[in-house]
Design a protein. Structure first.
Length: 150
């Protein structure tokens, strides 16, 4: 049952016997998925599970975990957004295809065709803000950007 159908099915359940069974079923399923969004044109939905935000396909299989920025998934800059895999960061496109694999400790968003990618990084948290310092920085070029484009 898709995410949209859950609320509809509950609202349409008029028979008290089935409503009880449905409520028990939803009580078992919903704690694992606390929030969900609509499926996009590529067949992906962003949900929040016990580990955090994750994009899933229509079979509810995980596709990738976005980098969280401003309490939600990272913004797309120059057609790419950041994601996290096994503690490393990379970039994906809107269809959730990995464009730059997650091999960096931290990456900044793309700006003017390049992004700074760090390795051997230390993260410093202060309340809701954080900073990062990396021993090594590399300039990564946006492969989706046309040569010579400004």
């Amino acid at each position: 049952m898709g995410f949209q159908a859950v609320g509809y099915a509950l609202a349409m359940t008029r028979n008290i016997q089935y409503a009880g069974v449905f409520a028990l079923l939803m009580a078992a399923i919903l704690p694992a998925i606390s929030q969900a969004q609509e499926f996009d044109r590529y067949g992906h939905a962003l949900i929040q599970d016990k580990q955090g935000w994750v994009y899933v396909d229509r079979d509810q299989l995980p596709v990738l975990r976005p980098y969280i920025f401003d309490n939600g998934p990272d913004y797309y800059e120059e057609g790419l957004a950041r994601f996290v895999d096994n503690g490393k960061m990379g970039f994906h496109n809107e269809a959730l295809h990995v464009v730059i694999p997650a091999v960096y400790d931290f990456v900044f968003p793309f700006e003017n065709g390049t992004a700074q990618a760090g390795t051997n990084c230390t993260f410093h948290r202060a309340a809701e803000h954080s900073s990062v310092s990396c021993q090594q920085w590399k300039t990564v070029r946006n492969p989706m950007r046309r040569a010579g484009a400004r």
